[in-house]
Design a protein around this ligand. Structure first.
Ligand SMILES: Cc1cc2nc3c(=O)[nH]c(=O)nc-3n(C[C@H](O)[C@H](O)[C@H](O)COP(=O)(O)OP(=O)(O)OC[C@H]3O[C@@H](n4cnc5c(N)ncnc54)[C@H](O)[C@@H]3O)c2cc1C
Length: 275
């Protein structure tokens, strides 16, 4: 059980982790390396660095957080489940427990496919290692848009009779997986999902696995209030869900590193005060 789980390994997440460690709280930062900042060639408006690449700045932030004792884990958190006085976070096939959660998930919100929310848990899944056994010997489609797609699809190829990959080809995909160029448009079904519509045509399957680099907030933490696509927070970076805080681009404009770092600091101090 961690004192604080931080979701998102960007500037807001590492800033929150550094502040939490400074106050001797146990903290886990979950997220893939990379993210928005690593795409910036040159940052010239972050104090302390006249000109630094986004990748280098992010690497320094990670190094500082880890040196201070923050734990880090790659992966995408699929769901946050409130359990009275703490939370369980689903990450791959694992559950991670934490007393407080800080969302530092960035501004990029995935657009859900029509039918996706409706059939979630009824033929649609975000986790191959968790739900793959339900599709043993069956035909499944994988919508591959995130870093986990290759390992998760390969895991499914050892269980399912057929795995069909919809997404840009990636290195390391098991040769048993059938690659498709058609663009997924919707999930179709009755009592449960039974087809993926791609390029206007229904493709019959028993299940559909979706792997993205981020989760829609409505799936990650149902009931959290937003202003448009941004998470609603107060001055202490508290969301409308008690025990859950948010910082950085996910709370709104301006989408800037210094704002993300500042909010990460405030969120961590608010979380620590409630522990
Ligand atoms: C090309 C470019 C140039 C830029 N130039 C500048 C600049 O010069 N100056 C400046 O101040 N800002 C600049 N920015 C903006 C800056 O990068 C962002 O404001 C900053 O990265 C926001 O930090 P963050 O931690 O809030 O989010 P991000 O850096 O977006 O990090 C969020 C991370 O959370 C991950 N995540 C999301 N959901 C989940 C989940 N469910 N589980 C696990 N992980 C999850 C995401 O994949 C992402 O890696 C630039 C951005 C780009 C793309």
């Amino acid at each position: 059980m961690f004192d604080i789980a931080v979701i998102g390994a960007g500037p807001a997440g590492f800033s929150a982790a550094i502040q939490a460690r400074k106050r001797e709280k146990t903290v886990l930062v979950i997220g893939e390396a990379g993210g928005w900042l690593s795409r910036a060639h040159s940052i010239q408006n972050y104090p302390g660095f006249i000109d630094i690449s986004g990748a280098e700045l992010l690497a320094k932030m990670r190094e500082q957080a880890e040196a201070m004792g923050a734990e880090t884990r790659p992966g995408v958190v699929h769901q946050i489940l409130p359990f009275g006085d703490h939370f369980a976070l689903s990450l791959g096939g694992d559950f991670i427990e934490a007393a407080k959660v800080i969302l530092c998930t960035g501004a990029k919100q995935p657009r859900l496919l029509p039918g996706e929310s409706e059939f979630l848990g009824r033929g649609v899944s975000y986790c191959g290692t968790c739900d793959g056994m339900l599709y043993r010997g069956k035909k499944v489609a994988v919508i591959a848009q995130g870093p986990e797609a290759v390992s998760e699809a390969n895991f499914l190829s050892g269980l399912c009779s057929e795995v069909h990959w919809f997404g840009a080809p990636q290195e390391g995909v098991d040769p048993r997986i059938v690659l498709h160029g058609e663009k997924p448009e919707a999930i179709l079904g009755g009592m449960k999902a039974n087809a993926l519509q791609a390029d206007g045509q229904p493709f019959a399957v028993d299940g559909i696995f979706i792997f993205r680099e981020a989760m829609a907030l409505s799936a990650l933490l149902p009931g959290i209030e937003t202003d448009g696509t941004f998470i609603r927070v107060d001055r202490g970076m508290r969301t409308t869900v008690p025990g859950v805080f948010a910082a950085g681009d996910c709370t709104g404009q301006p989408l800037q590193v210094s704002k993300a770092v500042g909010e990460g600091c405030v969120a961590a101090m608010s979380a620590v005060a409630e522990l």
